[in-house]
Design a protein around this ligand. Structure first.
Ligand code: SF4
Length: 710
């Protein structure tokens, strides 16, 4: 990671206006979005969008032809090109042929994508953005920091300063007055402009219509007053039928700004008369810019389903800290990273892809069902193939791929750490490692790993056998979690098997794009875990569970290793997470809780992979309640704690403030205990509490339940 990139992250993190505005917005957004979707079946709507946009992505040529035919029949001129330069030239030639001096524009990411404004301005044409946010950043000489709210990073004081400097001195930081001032200044431009440029939210092939939505009504003026209207439409905006508009219009305002309906919805079909009765020139540019190529990529095709609502940015724990400018490109956030890799170049996504913490919040909220974290991993894989892995990373993964060496190094580290260890924590690390313990203490490596303790555990032979996959953290940092799990399953009359050959689940390698390493980890684990006949393979680490259940399969698929797939599926069928298994055993009456226990308040933190990939959130809450705890829900219980595996080591400056927010939300509940299902989250939150000096206990659900079951 270049120093400049790291510096830009730190600058953003220390910009109180930016983090304050984005933080407040994103907290309020989740609540108001939920309200806006009341009475709407979000899953049904997004399934419709994914299907209809997915269909469109598979039929781009056909839809473009139908659209062109219909729009031209109604007097529009349609120009289709793959090349951004041709889009710019078309508009400039048109402007010059019609002696256009002033252009007014409504918000269009497609025009940002091709850097249209500076190109026209260089040719002597005045270009005026008319969306308030866009105008502010145009005056400030910036790029949008957010797809929907381009100037969200600026305070009213900063806006007043920009207006005073660039338009008219003496503007006060008063929002209604600033809006009135802008409206007055923009009106004169609308009246004078000879050309209006817009984008479009949807282009309907069935009718040749453009659907344009805004909240300020500026697109209506842009498309009505000037005598020439140019619409720049990315071809992914094409949809087949007029009825396709309905799910998009249902989701877009709700997901974008938590509104039930955008204030202005304009549907333009063909040429319309100018105010003097003459026919308006309507030029529609269907811009490809690698979208067709993207539609032919089996992995990335789904990104064309995006309706540009920016919901994924609003709920991203990283975006709300650093904002959009850190991405340095037109499209920001996770989806922006993916679009940048295609519309700009794969290499252009190299640094910004590292910002993704893989929490999956975006995908859960995305009204187009796009697997943004999955696509970012695919970018990492392709980048790793293109440029190779960094040497240090390669060395680390070669150790991880050698189970015996990896485990013996951990045993050596457990001896070497002695001078640094106190109360089970490592609170300070020397030299270049000091960043790792700056914002949280680390757990000491266990003196005796779980695999050694397990060998000495006495169990009665039972008919039912379940294999335990511990993952590295439980094995080498928290063996007591593994011991509790064995204790619980034994109480249910189950014998636990611990296959010795199990090793790292491969998540660190996969998250770094090193899929070959992850595939080797997957094969070793599949061999170990399928060696004996068992009913289930249980894991008390959601990241490992997801690896065993889903990621082994997708890693082999990505690498084209189809021979390995049958056994990966065989393992996936057996894998179950700890809370789901215990809930099942309780429901079957094989485990019962001690009666009459009143254990007081507890708050529960949802681990990202458990909640969003495995869809488990109620099971642990139910178990804790049955055990005798009173659950006091924290604000944003399912928001990431900032751990993200090696993310907290690679980007501690981002991990730290995410953790700080989580600790604050935990403390606000007044509960003396916080419980979670993930040893990684325990490591992060327990380490944070220790550094903070807060006496709130942090435990894995497995430990809390072990003593409460009969
Ligand atoms: S990826 Fe999904 S959430 Fe993000 S802007 Fe696109 S549609 Fe909206």
């Amino acid at each position: 990671m270049r120093k400049e990139f790291r510096d830009s992250i730190n600058t953003a993190l220390h910009n109180a206006n930016l983090t304050g505005a984005l933080g407040r917005f994103s907290e309020a957004y989740r609540i108001s979005r939920e309200k806006a979707y009341e009475g709407i079946d979000f899953e049904a709507v997004r399934t419709q969008i994914a299907e209809r946009k997915g269909y469109a992505a598979s039929h781009l040529d056909e839809l473009a032809e139908r659209f062109t035919e219909k729009a031209e029949a109604r007097g529009a001129k349609v120009f289709r090109t793959n090349d951004p330069a041709q889009v710019r030239d078309y508009i400039l030639n048109l402007a010059q042929a019609n002696d256009v001096k002033t252009v007014v524009k409504s918000k269009s990411m497609a025009s940002e994508e091709i850097h249209l404004n500076p190109f026209l301005e260089k040719a002597g044409i005045e270009v005026r953005e008319t969306d308030l946010g866009e105008w502010i950043i145009q005056l400030a000489g910036q790029t949008p920091s957010h797809m929907v709210m381009p100037a969200i990073h600026m305070t009213k004081e900063e806006v007043a300063d920009v207006f005073s400097d660039k338009v008219e001195a003496g503007q006060a930081p008063d929002i209604p007055r600033l809006v009135k001032f802008a409206r007055g200044k923009l009106r004169t431009k609308f009246l004078r402009a000879e050309m209006g440029i817009t984008g479009a939210n949807i282009a309907v092939a069935e009718t040749g219509s453009l659907v344009i939505i805004t909240n300020e009504g500026n697109a209506r003026l842009v498309t009505t007053l000037p005598k020439i209207h140019v619409a720049i439409v990315g071809i992914e905006k094409l949809m087949s039928d007029f009825s396709d508009v309905v799910p998009v219009l249902t989701a877009l305002p709700r997901s974008a700004t938590a509104q039930l309906l955008t204030s202005y919805v304009s549907i333009i079909t063909g040429q319309v008369p100018n105010t003097d009765g003459s026919p308006k020139e309507l030029h529609i540019i269907l811009m490809d810019n690698r979208r067709t190529e993207m539609s032919q990529d089996p992995k990335f095709k789904q990104a064309l389903q995006c309706i540009r609502c920016a919901s994924c940015l609003n709920v991203c724990p990283v975006f709300r800290l650093v904002g959009g400018h850190v991405f340095g490109k037109i499209y920001t956030g996770g989806i922006g990273t993916i679009l940048t890799a295609w519309f700009d170049a794969l290499k252009a996504s190299d640094e910004i892809q590292s910002l993704c913490i893989q929490c999956g919040n975006c995908t859960q909220m995305c009204p187009a069902k796009i697997d943004i974290p999955g696509l970012i991993l695919e970018l990492r894989r392709r980048l790793a193939v293109e440029k190779g892995q960094p040497l240090a990373q390669k060395a680390i993964f070669s150790i991880v791929n050698n189970r015996r060496l990896f485990h013996s190094m951990l045993r050596t580290a457990s001896l070497a750490q002695k001078p640094l260890k106190k109360d089970g924590f490592i609170r300070h690390l020397p030299f270049f490692l000091s960043d790792m313990t700056e914002f949280r203490s680390l757990p000491a490596i266990a003196e005796v790993p779980f695999r050694d303790k397990f060998k000495k555990t006495e169990q009665k032979p039972q008919k039912q056998k379940i294999a335990f996959y511990s993952g590295c953290l439980i094995d080498f940092a928290y063996p007591e979690m593994g011991e509790s799990l064995v204790k619980i399953l034994n109480k249910a009359g189950i014998e636990v098997i611990f296959p010795e050959g199990q090793t790292c689940c491969g998540a660190p390698a996969r998250f770094s794009g090193a899929y070959e390493v992850a595939a080797q980890n997957a094969k070793d684990n599949i061999n170990a875990l399928l060696e004996q006949e068992v009913d289930y393979v249980v894991s008390a680490c959601p990241t490992c569970t997801v690896a065993l259940k889903h990621d082994f399969i997708s890693t082999f698929e990505s690498l084209g290793e189809t021979d390995s797939l049958p056994r990966a599926y065989q393992l996936a069928d057996k894998v179950i997470d700890f809370s789901t298994l215990v809930k099942k055993l309780v429901d079957e009456g094989r485990l019962t809780f001690k009666e009459g226990r009143q254990l007081g308040k507890v708050t529960y933190h949802d681990s990202c992979h458990l909640k969003r990939t495995l869809n488990v959130s109620q099971q642990p809450r139910e178990l804790l309640t049955k055990a005798g705890y009173e659950i006091s829900e924290m604000f944003e219980a399912d928001m990431c704690c900032g751990m993200g595996g090696s993310y907290s080591l690679k980007l501690p400056e981002i991990s730290a403030p995410i953790l700080e927010r989580k600790l604050h939300n935990i403390k606000e509940t007044g509960a003396p205990l916080v419980v979670m299902d993930c040893p990684g989250c325990v490591m992060q939150i327990r380490g944070g509490m220790d550094k903070d000096g807060t006496a709130i206990k942090v435990e894995h659900t497995v430990q809390r339940l072990a003593d409460e079951l009969e």
